[in-house]
Design a protein around this ligand. Structure first.
Ligand SMILES: Nc1ncnc2c1ncn2[C@@H]1O[C@H](COP(=O)(O)OP(=O)(O)O)[C@@H](O)[C@H]1O
Ligand SMILES: O=C(O)C1=C[C@@H](OP(=O)(O)O)[C@@H](O)[C@H](O)C1
Ligand SMILES: [Mg+2]
Length: 176
């Protein structure tokens, strides 16, 4: 039997990439990786610390290299960080090496889902989180769409249910 194609989740902060990605991997019996977590493991520090020390540019370089490495791994579901798609080589790699799922999200949901958690320096350093999220979305939505094989609206449904629906959708189009 052919191995499962890799599944890559893209979308903005709070879309649920990390949460849903982990569930999809469980359902499919695939390996789950999160590019942010892998950068943190490799460096031994958190994302906010990397932004403080090296700026966003330093983080983007680490993110690009990590995604390039992780995308070589077979049978893998990878949650990317919300800004990973800014890099053209990353977009090309994700497109070429797996199925790309864009988790589309309303600003409202993003606000609710990013309210509690820390370690999102772009939001921690903002004095108007809603405006920052809206600006990022304007810049990035076309990039997410440009590589998406599937676009999934994340409504109010439970993470587990959403993951099941995504798996069904991928199986229906013959990509999982
Ligand atoms: N479909 C969902 N329903 C309810 N809560 C969710 C859902 N997706 C994500 N969450 C919650 O939102 C927060 C952010 O999710 P996360 O997976 O970290 O998003 P991302 O990786 O896209 O930034 C987490 O607390 C998570 O439990
Ligand atoms: O949107 C972004 O630029 C970022 C999103 C974060 O990941 P999540 O999308 O998983 O929150 C993390 O990579 C970093 O804080 C930058
Ligand atoms: Mg995440």
């Amino acid at each position: 039997m052919a191995a499962n194609p890799n599944i890559y989740l893209v979308g903005p902060m709070g879309a649920g990439k990390t949460t849903i990605g982990r569930r999809i991997a469980e359902i499919k019996g695939m390996t789950f990786v999160d590019s942010d977590h892998e950068v943190e493991k490799r460096t031994g520090v958190d994302i906010s610390f990397i932004f403080d020390m090296e700026g966003e540019e330093g983080f983007r370089k680490r993110e690009r290299e990590m995604i390039a490495e992780l995308s070589e791994q077979p049978n893998t579901v990878m949650a990317t960080g919300g800004g990973a798609v800014l890099d053209e080589s990353t977009r090309d790699l994700l497109s070429a090496r797996g199925v790309v799922v864009y988790l589309e999200t309303s600003l409202e949901q993003q606000l609710a889902r990013t309210r509690k958690a820390s370690n999102r320096p772009l939001l921690e350093d903002s004095n108007d989180v809603e405006k920052t999220l809206a600006q990022l979305m304007e810049e990035r939505d076309p990039l997410y769409r440009s590589i998406a094989d599937v676009v999934v609206a994340t409504g109010d449904q439970q993470a587990r249910r959403l993951a099941r629906e995504i798996v069904e959708q991928l199986e229906a189009i013959g990509t999982a």
